[in-house]
Ligand binder design. Structure first.
Ligand code: FPP
Length: 250
C-alpha cells in the first residue's frame, strides 16, 4: 500500500514548510555542475506544490534562498536568480492550473530588479487563486525577520502608538512576514542534514520536524506522503501530557 493511500486526508497539516536541500550534492554525484542540481530541483518543487494542492494542504512554504545564500560564489547566485525568473515564468501555468496563489517572504529589496519584477508579476497573476498558498522564502532568514519585527514594534512604541505592556505573542506574530499564515505543523528538511538553518524560528515552536536523507532533486510525491504519514502518527502534546491529549489513555 502506498503512503498516499495510508494518509488520512481529514487530518492533513494545514501548513507544510520545506527546507529544500541537497541540490549541489545531487549534481556532484552525477559529475555535473551545482546549477544542474538546482535546475533538477524545480521538478521537485512542481511535484510537491501540485501534490499538496491536490490532497488539500492549504499553505506550503519553501525555503528557496536564504540571506546566507548571498555569500555563495557570484556565479551560483546569478544562476539561481535566473533560474528563479525562468521557473516563475514557466510555472505560472502550473500555478493557474492548480489554483495556487504565489506569495513571497523575505528581504525582497535585495533581489535584482528583473527577479523582483517577475515575482511581482506571478504574484499578481495568481492573486485570485484560492486552493493553496505557495510561499517562497527568498532572501529570507528568521533572525532577519525577527529583528525587523522588533524594529517595527520599537518604532510604534517610540511614536506613542503602542504601550510596552500591550506587546504579546499575537502582536509579535502580526509583525512577521508570515502574518495571516498559520504556523507550519510540519517542517520537512531533505538531504540528511538535521538543522533548521535560520528558517521560521518563531513559527516552528510546535512544528513536527521531519528529516529525510532524500536529496531535494529526488523528492517526489510519495516522499511527501510518507512525511505526512509520519506526522499523523506522532503525538503532538503542546506541553501537555498524553492523558490530556487522548483521554482514553489511562
Ligand atoms: C539547497 O541545496 C537549495 C538551494 C539553495 C536552492 C533551492 C532552489 C531550487 C530548488 C530551485 C528554484 C526554486 C524555485 C522555487 C523555482 P544546496 O545547494 O545547498 O545543496 P548542497 O547542500 O548539496 O550543496
Amino acid at each position: 500500500m502506498s503512503f498516499k493511500e495510508k494518509i488520512d486526508l481529514k487530518r492533513l497539516p494545514l501548513h507544510i514548510a520545506v527546507i529544500m536541500d541537497g541540490n549541489g550534492r545531487w549534481a556532484k554525484q552525477r559529475g555535473k555542475l551545482r546549477v544542474f542540481g538546482h535546475e533538477s530541483g524545480v521538478i521537485a518543487v512542481r511535484e510537491t506544490a501540485e501534490a499538496c494542492a491536490e490532497i488539500g494542504v492549504k499553505f506550503l512554504t519553501l525555503y528557496a534562498f536564504s540571506t546566507e545564500n548571498w555569500n555563495r560564489p557570484k556565479k551560483e547566485v546569478d544562476a539561481l536568480m535566473s533560474l528563479l525568473v525562468k521557473s516563475l515564468n514557466k510555472e505560472t501555468k502550473t500555478l493557474m492550473d492548480n489554483d495556487i496563489r504565489l506569495r513571497a517572504i523575505g528581504d525582497l529589496s535585495q533581489l535584482d530588479p528583473q527577479c523582483r519584477q517577475q515575482l511581482q508579476e506571478t504574484i499578481e497573476v495568481t492573486s485570485g487563486n484560492r486552493r493553496m498558498d505557495l510561499n517562497l522564502a527568498l532572501s529570507y532568514s528568521a533572525r532577519w525577520e525577527i529583528t525587523e519585527a522588533t524594529r517595527k514594534i520599537a518604532e510604534l512604541v517610540k511614536a506613542g502608538e503602542l504601550l510596552p505592556e500591550n506587546i504579546n505573542q499575537e502582536l509579535f506574530s502580526s509583525m512577521l512576514t508570515t502574518k495571516n499564515i498559520p504556523d507550519p505543523e510540519l517542517l520537512i528538511r531533505t538531504s540528511g542534514e538535521n538543522r533548521i538553518s535560520n528558517f521560521l524560528l518563531w513559527q516552528i515552536a510546535y512544528s513536527e520536524l521531519y528529516f529525510t536523507p532524500v536529496l531535494w532533486p529526488d523528492f517526489r510525491r510519495e516522499h511527501l506522503y510518507e512525511a505526512i504519514y509520519e506526522f499523523q502518527h506522532r503525538e503532538r502534546r503542546f506541553g501537555k501530557i498524553s492523558e490530556q491529549i487522548n483521554p482514553r489513555i489511562k
